[in-house]
Write a protein that binds this ligand. Structure first.
Ligand code: COA
Length: 663
């Protein structure tokens, strides 16, 4: 096996190359070898400058995220960065690919940086519930100022190195990949005469102290009430960079990082990172490359079809849009044009890109549009698979029974990331693989589901609503339930959500499990939801402000027997318990492959906050044993809600986490 760090000397320059595919993550083995290589190079009298590079597709894209769950092992990245910065010989970073997180911090600790123009840089730690932990919060603002540093750290985005204000991070840029090494070696020779240039001694980013302090005060206020701790700590650490000497600022960063890495929020976000990648990998035995799908036929003239057309055009596909009604064809074209124009106005697309996208769209009759398509999506009810070639996959995107392949897009389909890829009872493996490839080609998150039309999201949301109703049966106030779930992190809690949908519609769903249909009770009393300004809540003003309404509570009390009520602190564990029970059932029935797939569905398509990790991870972080105990204390005729499913009971008994819930 190749060494993870290779070192060779070229005319006085030690080239230290990190070779740890796929992304050169800075795992312990890499750090250990890197430190040894740097020490050797510094001691070697033949070496006058050191070049640090990444082999393969990128300079390191960060720390090894999997290691954050393990005890820290020396040498740590901050030590290596200090060693580099204090090196008596100039150290140059050769950048290409995605220079992220710890990789970017390593680059900033080097005295100089040369990079490919296409390089992207970023500090995405906040997406993992962390802050940069190897001097990134201290060195970045010293070079580029608090505003840009905080934009980078708080957005976590990948940014173009060749554009302002990020251009400052590179001393020289190279266009062609094949020219990079020669240019880097030449640059190293120039650096010998300049000598080391430690980033910790730079202050140009703080040239205007008043503006810096104002920016920091504003950012601290912006983040004060947000749920995510890492964002607040990031602002505090950048403030420390401004106010404290470098070493003290680094100590501040280190302490904050240590707290965050052990926090539930970071554990949840790390789970989300790996869960999404795992979900995208299902059933890849044939693995058609995503780019093999070039032409997509969409059948149907409704809203879903038009959102799908926009999504596909944005992803660069050619779209053949089959609509039966010729008048609708003209209106549909205008819908897509409007949607692209909105994206241009919002700055998400350039006019040129939008125009090019429209050139890839044609509308016609369904039989015509199916011809020459690589994949067909049926986005209207009741259409039959007409004269399509046998080998073309036709996926159903509407809520119908699925025999072969279904694609259930979270709405709005052009903006949401989630697509549940349903493998029906008669699906062939190659059809499933094509469907997953298409979803990836659309830049969306696939999750594999085995069913005849049911979705993971549908089942989990139904469990949430059933549990919420059951808590009302047990005497809880819907306001307390919504309040507890909002504070927990749900954007739109269940009763507010129902008011928005309309209680006549929601009330039609029967409760077979022995409880009142509270939505129907309200609808019968004329409280039909937000549109009528009365539902679970009353609505003031332009129907935008929901307020608690005693009349609704009186109505509930008429219909429910005296109960002991529900402790407010039990509301969230009981809702999570009902959901984790449903999750265990979904895995047991082979609808979902594993617990983390369920979390991906809920985080990407059903407004569950990522920093909670989805309902399955959230239940684990709360403590599966604690959740199960609270469930056992709830006495409701709907036994499926709170009698722990055998798979959940087994996890609790064996002290296992949700990763053991697979089929
Ligand atoms: N630590 C550990 N593993 C990592 C990693 C990291 N920092 N970054 C990527 N990987 C792994 C992924 O889990 C995946 O592994 P798998 O193939 O076993 O599933 C593999 O590398 C490829 O990653 P993927 O995201 O599928 O590839 P991509 O080409 O689409 O994207 C990146 C590459 C680097 C842009 C993307 O992986 C990324 O954003 N990584 C995280 C960077 C980060 O947060 N760094 C700071 C860490 S504190």
């Amino acid at each position: 096996m190749a060494e993870v760090v290779q070192c060779s000397v070229h005319e006085g320059v030690a080239v230290v190359s990190i070779n740890h595919p796929p992304v050169n993550a800075l795992a312990w083995q890499v750090r250990d070898s890197l430190l040894t290589a740097l020490e050797c190079a510094e001691m070697d009298s033949e070496v006058r400058a050191i070049l640090i590079a990444g082999a393969g597709k990128t300079f390191p894209a960060g720390a090894d995220i999997a290691e954050f769950d393990m005890p820290r092992k020396e040498p740590w990245l901050p030590q290596i960065c200090t060693q580099i910065e204090m090196c008596r010989k100039p150290v140059v970073a050769e950048l290409h690919g995605t220079v992220l997180g710890g990789g970017f911090e390593l680059a900033l600790a080097c005295h100089y940086r040369i990079g490919l123009r296409s390089t992207r840089v970023g500090l995405p730690e906040v997406k993992l519930g962390l802050i940069p932990g190897a001097g990134g919060t201290q060195r970045t603002p010293r070079l580029v100022g608090a505003k840009v540093a905080l934009d980078m750290i708080l957005s976590g985005r990948m940014l173009p190195l060749d554009q302002a204000p990020y251009r400052i991070f590179a001393d020289r840029l190279v266009v062609e990949p094949e020219d990079l090494r020669a240019a880097a070696l030449e640059f190293c020779h120039e650096a010998v005469s300049k000598g080391p240039r430690p980033s910790c001694e730079r202050r140009e980013g703080f040239a205007d102290p008043v503006a810096t302090q104002l920016e920091l005060t504003k950012r601290a206020a912006d983040e004060a009430d947000g749920p995510e701790n890492a964002r607040r700590e990031a602002v505090a650490a950048v403030e420390a960079a401004f106010l404290l000497p470098f070493d003290a600022g680094c100590a501040f960063e280190e302490a904050a990082f240590a707290d965050l890495v052990a926090s539930d929020q970071s554990k949840a976000l790390r789970h989300a990172f790996f869960a999404e990648r795992r979900a995208a990998k299902v059933a890849q035995s044939v693995d058609p490359h995503p780019s093999q799908i070039k032409t997509l036929a969409i059948l149907g003239g409704g809203m879903l079809a038009s959102q799908l057309a926009v999504a596909a055009l944005n992803a660069g596909l050619a779209v053949r849009w089959g609509i039966a009604d010729s008048d609708r064809r003209i209106a549909a074209w205008t819908d897509v044009e409007d949607s692209l124009e909105d994206a241009v106005s919002a700055g998400d697309l350039t006019k040129q890109v939008a125009n090019d996208a429209l050139k890839r769209l044609i509308c016609g009759t369904m039989p015509d549009m199916i011809k020459n398509a690589d994949f067909v999506i049926r986005a209207a009810e009741g259409l039959q698979r007409s004269d399509m070639a046998e080998d073309v996959v036709c996926a159903i995107a509407v809520a119908e029974n699925v025999d072969q392949i279904g694609l259930r897009f979270a709405r709005p389909a052009h903006l949401s990331r989630l697509v549940e890829v349903i493998e029906g009872p008669r699906a062939r493996p190659d059809q499933l693989e094509s469907a997953i490839a298409l979803v990836k080609r659309l830049g969306k998150q696939p999750v594999h589901v085995r069913s005849s039309g049911e979705t993971i999201g549908g089942r989990m949301m139904a469990a949430l609503h059933r549990a919420a109703d059951a808590l009302v049966d047990l005497g809880a106030s819907p306001y307390d339930i919504d309040d507890a779930l909002t504070k927990w992190g749900l954007e739109l809690p269940p009763f507010l959500q129902r008011d928005a949908t309309g209680l006549r519609i929601v009330g039609r769903v029967e409760r077979r499990e022995g409880g009142m249909n509270w939505s129907a009770v309200l609808a019968q009393a004329g409280r039909t939801g937000r549109a009528s300004r009365q539902g679970f809540y009353s609505y003031l003003g332009d129907a935008a402000t929901p307020v608690h309404d005693d009349k609704a509570l009186t109505l509930f009390d008429k219909h429910r027997a005296d109960t002991n009520g529900v402790k407010k602190t039990d509301i969230v564990p009981l809702i999570l318990g009902a959901m984790v029970n449903e999750g265990a059932r979904l895995v047991d029935e082979h609808v979902a492959a594993c617990a983390s797939d369920i979390d991906v569905v809920m985080m990407t398509g059903h407004q569950f906050p990522r920093w909670r990790g989805g309902p399955m991870k959230a239940a684990e972080l709360h403590g599966l044993f604690r959740v199960a105990r609270t469930m056992q204390g709830a006495n409701h005729p709907d036994k499926a809600l709170w009698v722990p499913h055998p798979r959940l009971a087994a996890l609790v008994r064996n002290g296992e986490g949700i990763e053991a819930l697979t089929n």
